[in-house]
Design a protein around this ligand. Structure first.
Ligand SMILES: Nc1nc2c(c(=O)[nH]1)N[C@H]1C(S)=C(S)[C@@H](COP(=O)(O)OP(=O)(O)OC[C@H]3O[C@@H](n4cnc5c(N)ncnc54)[C@H](O)[C@@H]3O)O[C@H]1N2
Ligand code: MOO
Ligand SMILES: [Mg+2]
Length: 427
């Protein structure tokens, strides 16, 4: 008798898995290696930016009171400073200092005149400038703290470090950056039909594409992959390799062998490992066979052998665990509204995650169109997919032009649990 599996809703399955997302350790890495990592502390401004009033232009620092109510005024140039240099001589009435962009406004001066608005003269070996209007205090000054003020929380712990955050880390002196240690994710492909990438095709065999797909997905999710190779559908060798691999990783992903076929050994392996199966059937397409089990607090993901199902299973269940374990507060795929670019007239009781491509239309709308052959076994449509078209299960199909939800695959900002209140647009 074939074992009967009870499908659970996607949301319930995600919640079950997320309970086991650990909290990772912290390490310190050189700033140049911090891009893409998860920041492990709040980044708080410990000084104002700018830290001093400075000139936004190449020109002259002046005392605005010397120009008050005047249409024409001559000032004597008392010095010259580039960015990084200081002018420390006390300011005298009717003096100006030639100043470059970024240089600190010298004490006693309170406005800047752009070089282009000044006429320069020399009289008895002295440099003079002529202004043709009055200036107010603060004219053309970049003020201390105008960008950000001391004490401001600029970036929250758990955020993925982007180029802008790298700039802030540098600005606040983070030569070494505290980041979450990347979890190590093991990958094992199972299947007697699998050939190595470099092997020639043989009748009935296929090349192992899932492993390399998952290795890339692990990298995109922000973890470290450890590849254990491919295995034949053989209970003993699969059991031994999985058991040993579990000791070396934080989380293990297998592909294939989780369904009900004669050579689908993963269910029996979970049993022998004394693993608690969190679920072995999810009400979704593709990826309904996705199984997750837990041994001694470590998760074992049994992703489907079918490439599209495997891909979807990773993004829905493994990605958020990887991100949450690094302190990220928005570990799930970001959800946006998009106009459906194709018909899905056949109703399906399960929630569908169709691989799609996002386009920004000229009228400002976002559209999402299937990226190709749409079966669980499809591999070609994954190449062009940058979103999942989320089609809730129900008794009706979907038509081109309807507003649907799409989950973004390349976005790093992510989302808190995004599957609340998903209502098909025809309701
Ligand atoms: N009687 C039933 N049969 C099947 C059911 C079911 O409920 N009852 N579920 C189907 C669904 S849905 C899926 S999805 C697949 C899942 O199968 P497995 O996870 O057990 O995977 P395999 O049987 O090992 O392989 C399935 C398919 O994928 C190809 N494959 C496997 N590994 C790779 C790889 N590394 N790279 C590329 N392609 C791979 C494999 O050759 C098979 O074609 O079961 C259905 N059957
Ligand atoms: O797990 Mo299967 O992918 O539903 O086709
Ligand atoms: Mg199978």
């Amino acid at each position: 008798m074939i074992e009967k599996r009870t499908p659970i809703p996607v949301g319930d399955a995600v919640n079950r898995v997320m309970k086991f997302a650990g909290t990772g350790k912290i390490e310190s890495v050189p700033l140049q290696q911090a891009y893409g990592r998860f920041l492990a502390v709040d980044l708080i401004a410990d000084h104002d930016i700018p830290a001093f009033d400075r000139s936004p232009y190449d020109g002259f620092a002046i005392r605005s009171e010397d120009t008050l109510g005047k249409k024409r005024v001559m000032l004597q140039v008392a010095g010259e400073i580039g960015a990084g240099s200081l002018h420390t001589k006390p300011a005298e009435p009717f003096e100006a200092v030639r100043i470059m962009t970024g240089a600190a406004i010298p004490k006693g001066f309170d406005a800047v005149v752009m070089l282009e608005l000044v006429k320069e003269h020399t009289k008895e070996g002295k440099k003079l400038i002529e202004l043709n209007r009055a200036y107010n205090k603060g004219d053309n000054v970049s003020f201390k703290g105008e960008d950000t003020q001391e004490g401001t929380v600029l970036v929250k712990k758990g955020t993925v470090i982007n180029a802008g955050i790298s700039a802030l880390l540098a600005a606040f002196g983070y030569h070494q950056v505290p980041v979450s240690v990347k979890p190590v994710i093991g990958v094992i492909a199972t299947g007697s039909e699998l050939l190595e990438v470099e092997e020639a095709l043989e009748p009935g065999k296929i090349r192992n594409s899932n492993a390399y797909m998952i290795l890339s997905q692990i990298e995109r999710a922000g973890a470290e992959a450890l590849y254990f190779g491919k295995l034949k559908d053989d209970f003993d060798s699969c059991y031994k390799t999985i058991q040993k691999a579990m000791e070396q990783v934080d989380l293990l992903i297998t592909t294939g062998g989780v369904s009900v076929g004669d050579y689908d050994y993963l269910p029996a392996i979970y049993e022998k490992l004394n693993a608690a199966v969190l679920f072995n059937k999810v009400a979704m397409r593709p990826g309904s066979v996705t199984t997750v089990a837990e041994v001694n607090g470590k998760l074992l993901f049994g992703l489907s052998g079918n490439p599209s199902a495997c891909y979807v299973g990773f993004e829905l269940f493994a990605r958020p665990v990887i991100r949450k374990s690094q302190g990220n507060k928005q570990p799930h795929l970001k959800k946006v509204k998009a106009v459906l670019g194709a018909d899905f007239k056949k109703a399906n009781p399960f929630m569908r995650f169709v691989r799609g491509r996002i386009d920004f239309e000229e009228d400002g709308r976002i559209s999402v169109t299937p990226s190709g052959f749409n079966k669980s076994s499809a591999v070609s449509s994954l190449a062009d997919a940058d979103a999942f078209i989320l089609l809730p299960g129900g008794t009706r199909g979907y038509e081109k032009g309807m507003l649907v939800d799409a989950l973004l695959l390349n976005d790093v900002s992510g989302s808190e649990w995004p599957w609340e209140n998903i209502v098909p647009s025809y309701r």
